[in-house]
Design a protein around this ligand. Structure first.
Ligand code: BGP
Length: 458
């Protein structure tokens, strides 16, 4: 690996790619959600048909890396079985196009879009059959693209797994259902195994590649200096941030997680051979990647919900930080928190880190008649966060592998709303999906060209 630090951007298949079931793709859970909600994931930003154009925009900005995900059901329409060659060719063409501009693909194997057939047949990740299908899918990806893709991420934000109810299930389960926690733990454990198998396979099949996990950071501060509040924040950070990383780095459930299983009377569906995989040195990841959007506050006793906590990232109750401003979407803006989180991660795990999601999602972008979008608020947000990354890299000397802000070209929000935009490039979702450069596009171009030094004035 020659390159030390990548500037670029990030997206996921179900939010960006579109292309529906064209080219032999099977349905994912989002294609089914489309039928229920009317949110047109089958179109999204239509990268499927625009990829050459989009990659040329990325190149114009100076991107050195682009994080994207493979839609599992484009390679295996049913999740397992026979490879869909047309789908395989699509991603190869995308990777070649990226390489044409020396843009490094950083590929997430699984960004939530589970093939629906696996939900129907096996009730999702709770079944070992889905795990087996995932292993086959990983082998195929590494075999098909190992010559060209050298950075892999396993499962998107898997640390939220236990909190996401019935995400991959056929059946809506409630916490009051007798099998609720057993189902949650079975599913979670299989995604944990999916991570370990993917890391091990990647090391075996592509020895010169790097593979990491992808976590949702959720940095909690105590609401006051009362030690009880400090403890409340610590508990949150352990549960949401550290427990899974402890597991991924040691190959063992820590005592807190074991205790949780005991209290819920869980019998984990696992085996000696799985335990051996978990503890195998080749199943240990090379770096940690994460998303960072906001921080939260905790206090002793009952925490209350943030007013705007309805999106998928905030699956817990928390307090807003009285010292920080909020975005129009209600998320606190905390660049210092990013520096703190990067340091905390490195102090704990001594692994290089990669920021693969960050950015300002707003509904305020206005496309003017002359095709301009004046998004100075986004520039202000990114400037401060990039400063924090620079400090972590250059003053705190943490090995940071890259900064790949989210939704670099506008895409669909996780909550299914295309009016929440993050991009440097505006996509006209309401009309013809035409792309327009925002002011932040030209700003980011200079940032990249100067390796993060030229950030403009605040
Ligand atoms: C992360 C997801 C992304 C993305 C992002 C922004 O949790 O990995 O898929 O959507 O959050 O969130 P939102 O789309 O809700 O603004």
């Amino acid at each position: 690996m020659k390159k030390q630090f990548f500037w670029g951007g990030s997206a996921s298949a179900f939010q960006f790619e579109g292309g529906g079931t064209e080219g032999g793709k099977g349905s994912s859970i989002y294609d089914i959600r489309e039928k229920e909600t009317g949110v047109t994931y089958s179109v999204a930003s239509d990268f499927y048909h625009h990829y050459k154009e989009d990659i040329s925009w990325m190149a114009e900005m100076g991107f050195q890396a682009f994080r994207m995900s493979i839609a599992w059901s484009r390679l295996f329409p049913d999740g397992d079985g026979v490879l869909n060659q047309e789908g395989a060719d699509f991603y190869r063409n995308v990777f070649l196009e990226l390489k044409k501009y020396q843009i490094e693909p950083v590929v997430t194997l699984f960004h939530w879009d589970l093939p629906y057939s696996l939900v129907q047949r096996y009730d999702g990740f709770q079944s070992k059959k889905t795990l087996q299908a995932f292993i086959q899918y990983c082998k195929t990806c590494f075999g098909l693209y190992g010559d060209i893709v050298k950075y892999w991420l396993t499962l998107n934000e898997n640390n939220l797994g236990l909190m996401l109810p019935s995400m991959y299930s056929n059946k809506k389960r409630r916490k009051s259902d007798a099998d609720y926690w057993q189902y949650q733990w079975d599913s979670y454990h299989n995604t944990v195994m999916a991570h370990f198998y993917a890391v091990r396979l990647c090391h075996e099949m592509i020895p010169d590649a790097k593979v990491g996990c992808m976590m949702a950071s959720s940095l909690a501060y105590p609401l006051s200096s009362d030690p009880r509040d400090v403890r409340a924040a610590q508990i949150h950070n352990q549960k949401v941030n550290w427990d899974e990383l402890d597991l991924f780095t040691t190959g063992r459930y820590n005592t807190r997680m074991q205790q949780q299983m005991k209290e819920a009377a869980i019998t984990l569906n696992t085996s000696e051979s799985e335990r051996a995989v978990m503890e195998d040195a080749s199943s240990k990841m090379d770096f940690i990647s994460f998303s960072y959007y906001f921080s939260v506050c905790m206090r002793d006793g009952e925490n209350k919900n943030n007013e705007n906590a309805k999106t998928i990232q905030m699956l817990y109750a928390a307090y807003e930080n009285p010292c920080l401003e909020k975005s129009t979407f209600g998320w606190t803006i905390d660049p210092m928190g990013l520096r703190i989180f990067i340091n905390e991660l490195y102090d704990r795990y001594k692994l290089p880190v990669m920021i693969v999601e960050n950015g300002l999602g707003v509904k305020d972008d206005i496309l003017n008649e002359d095709g301009t979008v004046h998004d100075e608020y986004r520039i202000a947000y990114l400037r401060e966060h990039i400063q924090a990354v620079n400090q972590a890299r250059k003053e705190d000397h943490v090995p940071v592998l890259g900064y790949l802000p989210w939704g670099c070209i506008d895409l669909y929000s996780a909550s299914g709303d295309w009016s929440k935009r993050y991009g440097f490039i505006y996509v006209d979702f309401a009309h013809d999906l035409k792309r327009y450069r925002k002011d932040s596009f030209f700003w980011y171009q200079k940032v990249i060209a100067s390796d993060g030094e030229e950030l403009g004035h605040s």
